[in-house]
Design a protein around this ligand. Structure first.
Ligand code: TRP
Ligand code: ZN
Length: 867
């Protein structure tokens, strides 16, 4: 059967389903190439008038169909691309459908597929329709009972959502298990896994005394590396009870790790499925960033149990309802588990790196989009990261207490429903007594507001006036923009660092910090009792996802770096100076920045993770986004020049940090990780000094006792241009060739290394026997690492980088459309570059567009990018 033709789905055209299904009983007879799925549904018409029942289905072979036990005749139903239509069904009936599917041949990794000889499913967003004909939409909630049958020797473990109610053997070599999930759920949360696993088990007792059996299932041999994930899971469960009063609601919580997976992880009810890269970790094979990501994503998927599963989305336009809110919850969890200031800076870096660039290009869309062709293409930084920022701002706008009341009201009122953003926001209007009508603009308007701030001090009157104006550039489909409510957190310091209190007009007392929300396009804020000329910080804590244009001098920023009480502002001051230097706006400031960074190193013992972040200068992608007419070669050179100045100035401080021996025993905790991150940042800074550093880096590489340090040394070897890079890579490969997650790093480190031969290297990697188009992690280790982390080479002036990515996309699209489409995101910046680069990018994209068999996913991305 053919796929359905591309159609644009619009939020404005939402209509409730004509039928509901309250109960589904599924029987899977698992065979790799021919699995039979028998689905028995209890179907009920929603309205009074007769209506056809339109079921979704993709890549299914229909075996039989019956209503209330009577097989349908061919005039009673019709098969169309993507659909099965039952023409005139009764108002309430039992529907029996048997389909046949081919999990072993499923390279889309959507629906039921096989990974490493094991069965697994991925149903979000619209994968359930590749398992059986279904009302595959999130506003149809059913109770599922699932019977799995399989060969016992080949597939000894059989898992699905909910609780295990029955199991046994039959027919000699086969066995079965029945899993019943008492919680009604949409089809996208269905999951099944079957195969040979190794597992670890633990338990958690909820605050009301429910004992929950916890299991993590991994490939045989990997179970010791799942311990950290289990620990993170228990901490997540406890944290959600403490902070959001949310308890778990089943007797079992299982996680399965899968090697071939399109995304990070999936929150299926009671049976989360994870990319193995976000479960498996130990000191030798995983970096601290991996441990951090495991903790965050285990938390994220667990938190979905309330924000996503018990309260789900009415339609896919509401995706941010679950994703933005869950990102926010995940970030708060990480902040509480580790360091709140460091977490905030990392979250801002990620937002700026991924979302600001999206907002600035042809793929810009609101946190709640209003139309799509393939919803897979809208699992974006905007929906996730900006969606999280919107929740954070909501808390600032109505205050922490009203926010907490609103959250509890949301959990009570919307439990068990498929909800909208409006339903969510209504809870906060009620809890706060404030209108959030203007705030809705954050959900509906694409683009990053730019906030311009100018201050004037009147020494005689001791007043300070801040004039603020906001403006958002047009985005596709949204030529005009409205002003949005922007929460600010403002504080002043003097040149010597003294904190300056002040009284904001309309306020009753003097304060050291002002929290307020500005609304219109132009705002004037008047502060009195200002005893000294102030250095203003208006966006402390990065209180809103905006770009800030202030006119602070380098000296003022240096004072902020040294003295502002807000860590985000201190970090941002250093970043701003670095940006100004690299963009040619402050050519003489490099020595002062180097000295200031030296002071960060002097006080690094207090908070090494912060010093490490300060030492990492804005990356090339950030510069390419900020510059008016970006030239990748010029900006790369400017960045390297500044790095060399800093490295030369601070060499005596950096070298001992970079070569400090590994701490033993290894601890994955935030403190030890912070010290290692400083070592890695020092190595990175010293790599700007060139190949002469090679021997020192090789020594660090050879003596490293953790992957964090080993990988950092290898990256430094790469960036320094040292010849020892290849020898070290060869040793690394030999040591780790049996571990796919580590070999992913081997690919990614090379693909992202900014060496002159990077494109040739990427081509060689593509031809390497370990490169595998069917494994998304391996594909991303080459393609995404190259296109996103090696911007100088990706944007090379001869167009070679563009052609490389487009040709990989062309090769992957027939196998895995969702993956292929997502790989195209680095093209989002193409219109910002000079004419020759633009014409190379356009040619590469147009060549894709000309392919007649391109998937809906990739076609939508290509067309939006070109538009
Ligand atoms: N809902 C998942 C999450 O954010 C992500 C997800 C969406 C996903 N679509 C997917 C995961 C497809 C795997 C494959 O946690
Ligand atoms: Zn999520």
């Amino acid at each position: 059967m053919r796929d359905a033709e591309p159609v644009t789905i619009r939020l404005s055209e939402y209509a409730p389903p004509a039928y509901q299904i309250d109960e589904i009983a599924l029987v899977f007879s698992l065979e790799p190439e021919a699995t039979l799925v028998a689905a028995r549904s209890h179907v009920r018409r929603s309205g009074v008038a007769p209506a056809p029942l339109v079921l979704n289905g993709e890549r299914l072979e229909l075996q039989s169909i019956a209503i209330d036990g009577a097989p349908l005749t061919t005039d009673q139903y019709r098969e169309e691309p993507g659909k099965l239509i039952i023409l005139d069904p009764p108002p309430e009936f039992r529907l029996d459908i048997v389909t046949r599917i081919n999990p072993a041949g499923n390279t889309h990794l959507e629906g039921l597929y096989m990974s490493g000889g094991r069965f697994c499913t991925q149903c979000e967003a619209e994968g359930f329709r590749a398992i059986t004909y279904a009302l595959d939409r999130p506003d149809v909630l059913a109770r599922y009972a699932v019977r799995i049958e399989a060969n016992k020797a080949a597939y000894p473990t059989l898992l699905a959502n909910g609780n295990l109610t029955e199991s046994g053997e039959f027919d000699g070599d086969r066995h079965f298990a029945v899993w019943v999930d008492p919680h009604p759920k949409p089809s996208y949360l269905f999951a099944l896994c079957a195969g040979k696993y190794e597992s670890i088990h633990d338990s958690f007792t909820t605050k009301s005394g429910r004992n929950v059996a916890l299991g993590i299932y991994v490939d045989p041999g990997d179970s010791e590396r799942a311990r950290y994930a289990m620990d993170a899971l228990k901490r997540s469960m406890q944290w959600d009870e403490q902070v959001f009063q949310r308890e778990y609601d089943l007797d079992v919580f299982n996680i399965v790790a899968v090697r071939d997976f399109n995304f990070g992880a999936m929150e299926n009810k009671g049976l989360n499925i994870f990319n193995s890269s976000l479960i498996l970790a130990d000191a030798e094979t995983a970096t601290d960033a991996d441990f951090e990501a495991i903790e965050a994503v285990v938390g994220h998927e667990y938190f979905h149990n309330w924000t996503g599963n018990r309260i789900t989305c009415r339609d896919w336009f509401q995706l941010c309802l679950k994703e933005g809110l869950t990102v926010y919850r995940e970030q708060e969890f990480s902040a509480d588990q580790r360091s709140r200031p460091t977490q905030r800076i990392k979250d801002v870096k990620r937002l700026r790196g991924r979302q600001f660039s999206e907002d600035a290009g042809p793929l810009a869309h609101p946190v709640r989009p209003s139309s799509y062709q393939k919803i897979d293409n809208f699992y974006t930084a905007t929906v996730y990261e900006k969606g999280g920022e919107v929740i954070r701002m909501l808390k600032r706008v109505i205050g922490a207490e009203a926010f907490e009341r609103g959250m509890q009201l949301y959990f009570e009122r919307r439990d068990g429903t498929a909800s909208t953003v409006e339903d969510f926001v209504a809870c906060f209007e009620e809890a706060s007594g404030k209108s959030l009508k203007d705030f809705m603009g954050w959900y509906e308007q694409a683009g990053t507001p730019s906030l311009t701030v100018r201050g004037t001090y009147d020494a005689a009157a001791r007043t300070y006036t801040l004039k603020l104006s906001q403006r958002t550039a047009p985005t596709p489909g949204q030529p005009t923009k409205q002003a949005l409510p922007i929460p600010l957190q403002i504080g002043f310091i003097a040149k010597d660092g003294a904190i300056i209190a002040s009284k904001l007009e309309g306020d009753t007392i003097s304060r050291v910090e002002h929290k307020l929300v500005i609304t219109g396009e132009e705002t004037t804020l008047k502060f009195s009792d200002v005893l000294e000329p102030p250095i203003p910080a208006v966006l402390r804590g990065f209180s809103a996802p905006v770009t800030l244009d202030d006119d602070l001098t380098i000296d003022e920023r240096l004072a902020q770096m040294a003295h502002d009480p807000d860590p985000f502002t201190r970090w941002e001051a250093g970043q701003s100076i670095a940006r100004a230097i690299m963009l040619g706006e402050a050519p003489n400031a490099a020595p002062a920045l180097a000295t200031a960074l030296g002071r960060e190193l002097d006080r690094a013992q207090e908070d090494p993770a912060f010093a490490a972040l300060a030492l990492r200068l804005p990356d090339l992608n950030e510069l390419l986004l900020t510059a008016q007419k970006p030239d990748p070669e010029v900006l790369f050179a400017a960045r390297e020049a500044l790095r060399r100045t800093v490295a030369t100035t601070l060499r005596d401080k950096l070298t001992p940090l970079a070569t400090a021996p590994s701490e033993t025993p290894f601890s994955p905790g935030a403190d030890a990780a912070g010290r290692r991150s400083l070592k890695a940042a020092a190595l990175d800074m010293l790599s700007s000094l060139g190949a002469e550093q090679g021997d020192a880096f090789l020594e660090v590489f050879d003596t490293a006792r953790s992957m964090t340090e080993g990988a950092a040394a290898l990256e430094a070897l790469g960036a320094s241009g040292s010849d020892a890079f290849d020898a070290a890579l060869a040793r690394f490969y030999e040591r780790w060739k049996a571990n796919p997650l580590v070999i992913d790093k081997w690919f990614a480190i090379q693909a992202s290394s900014p060496r002159a031969d990077a494109l040739a290297r990427a081509e060689r990697l593509r031809a390497h026997p370990d490169f595998n188009l069917k494994n998304p992690n391996r594909v991303r280790a080459l393609a995404a690492a190259f296109a996103m982390r090696n911007p100088r080479v990706f944007h090379s002036s001869d167009g070679g980088g563009y052609r490389f990515l487009a040709s990989l996309v062309e090769q992957i699209d027939p196998l895995n459309p969702a993956l292929a489409a997502r790989l195209l995101t680095p093209f989002e910046s193409w219109k910002r570059f000079d004419a020759p680069r633009q014409s190379h990018a356009r040619a590469a994209l147009e060549q894709l567009a000309a392919l007649t068999n391109l998937s809906k996913n990739t076609r939508e991305m290509v067309e939006r990018t070109l538009a």
